[in-house]
Design a protein around this ligand. Structure first.
Ligand SMILES: NC(=O)c1ccc[n+]([C@@H]2O[C@H](COP(=O)([O-])OP(=O)(O)OC[C@H]3O[C@@H](n4cnc5c(N)ncnc54)[C@H](O)[C@@H]3O)[C@@H](O)[C@H]2O)c1
Length: 418
């Protein structure tokens, strides 16, 4: 059986340094790794992981290696693999099937290879892996005890599977832990999305009309950071509460048809499809830049852009220019794939520290508990709280504890106005 496929094995030393740099900023995961190394909770157990192969994922994989697991790893996006990290992990004995710039066929071939390892526990980011196991490789289901899901879109897909009665094994929705989405989706995506747009374009954000489509956890973070760089932020939404919240946070809120005419930069983060379509592109200013931070490359209709264009050029790394019939040019960053991972390095290590601490503790939990019913389960509250306490400790931040009097006061209804 083919036991790995990466772009270039000689990149391993560079990848090792990258993982070491990330590890320096991931104190919570390191603490868990030390315990795993002592206790070996995953001995003789195979993990099948479909994650963005970044330096932070490298630290997570090393945590599982320390726990005694055998690991097969593929990437969760055709453009997000850091080839040096993939090479370093391959050198450490991980069965890595990942490289940057895959065709859709290659992407699914890698998933298939990981399934060949017959994992007991799966880790997914976007639910492509779980979806393929269920639809194309159902024979692998018998062995699988449970899995985890990293992102909002994956959790949505899995809930849809559960509702349709199609989900055959238990999933822990890591995305929905407070110590994940409040930090990773907001501050992680907020910072790294701006990073990706700047690396691809190096434009000045100050004074630009920056349109954020979707004011969810990612959108909130992106809007906040774009505003911090001096951009005039405009939000589009379909949810009245989120639209109100954006308005009261000081952003202009309007329908996409209106925003299309004034935006300089457009950023989608909805987890939904066809947010920016041909009808919007027809109205955009010359030179408008389009990027996406949602999980799949369906938020900006690249098909519409291709149809409207008379020619296309690659201007620079991760930036394509589309010339339209009327002479206007529109620019698409990283093919409309998640810009922070395709054009930058993904989230900073400090937030992935918490997301991946949740991943590692949830995998340990799945390994040591009875097989759970085939549903989407929340991250156990004690894991979420533990990660928060460990992170505070690592940041040398102390907090107060309730006094006995306060505990009693908060639990009674008799005391009121005095
Ligand atoms: N780039 C990354 O590294 C990264 C990190 C975390 C999550 N994600 C992905 O980003 C996406 C958003 O995640 P989230 O956690 O912010 O989700 P969320 O559910 O908190 O927010 C999504 C928002 O988009 C809005 N929306 C839906 N359809 C819309 C439309 N047609 N027009 C305007 N707004 C619309 C929703 O009302 C909601 O407020 C998901 O695909 C998620 O998987 C990416």
């Amino acid at each position: 059986m083919e036991n790995l496929k990466v772009k270039d094995n000689t990149l391993a030393p560079k990848g090792r340094l990258q993982i070491e740099w990330a590890s320096n900023h991931m104190p919570v995961l390191n603490q868990i790794k030390k315990r795993f190394d002592r206790e070996k909770p995953l001995t003789n157990l195979t993990l099948g992981a479909c994650l963005h192969v970044t330096k932070e994922t490298g630290v997570l994989i090393e945590t599982f290696l320390a726990a005694g697991a055998e690991i097969a790893l593929c990437c969760s996006n055709p453009l997000s693999t850091q080839d040096d990290v993939a090479a370093a992990l391959a050198e450490e004995g991980v069965h890595v099937f990942a490289w940057r710039e895959q065709t859709p066929e290659e992407y699914y071939w890698c998933i298939d290879k990981v399934i060949d390892y017959k994992p007991l526990i799966t880790l997914d980011d976007g639910a492509d892996f779980i979806s393929i196991v269920h639809s194309k490789r159902p024979e692998a289901l018998a062995k699988i005890k449970g899995g985890t899901e990293e992102t909002t879109t994956g959790v949505l897909r899995l809930r849809a599977m559960e509702k349709a009665g199609a989900l055959k094994y238990a999933i822990i929705a890591v995305n929905d832990a407070h110590t994940k989405y409040l930090f990773d989706n907001r501050y992680g995506t907020g910072q790294s999305t701006i990073d990706g747009i700047l690396r691809a374009t190096n434009i000045l954000l100050a004074g630009k009309n920056f349109v954020v489509c979707g004011y969810g956890w990612c959108g909130r973070g992106i809007a906040m950071r774009a505003q911090g760089m001096g951009a005039n932020v405009i939000v589009t939404e379909i949810d009245p509460l989120r639209a109100l919240e954006a308005a009261m946070n000081g952003f202009r809120v309007m329908p996409m048809a209106e925003a299309a005419t004034i935006g300089d930069i457009f950023l989608t983060a909805t987890g939904d499809t066809s947010i920016i379509r041909g009808e919007h592109m027809q109205e955009m200013k010359d030179g408008a830049i389009l990027a996406n931070s949602g999980h799949f490359n369906v938020e900006i209709s690249v098909k519409d852009l291709e149809e409207l264009a008379t020619s296309k050029r690659t201007m620079r790394l991760n930036l394509d220019e589309y010339s339209l019939k009327d002479g206007r040019k529109l620019f698409l960053v990283a093919e409309g794939r998640l810009v922070n991972l395709a054009a930058a390095e993904g989230h900073p290590s400090e937030v992935m520290d918490m997301s991946f601490a949740n991943q590692s503790l949830c995998v340990e939990n799945l390994a040591k508990t009875e097989k759970m019913p085939p549903k989407v389960h929340p991250v156990p509250k004690e894991i979420d709280l533990k990660v928060a306490y460990l992170k505070l400790n690592a940041m040398k931040i102390g907090i107060d504890r309730l006094t006995k009097e306060q505990e009693k006061y908060l639990a009674t209804w008799e005391e009121g106005t005095i």
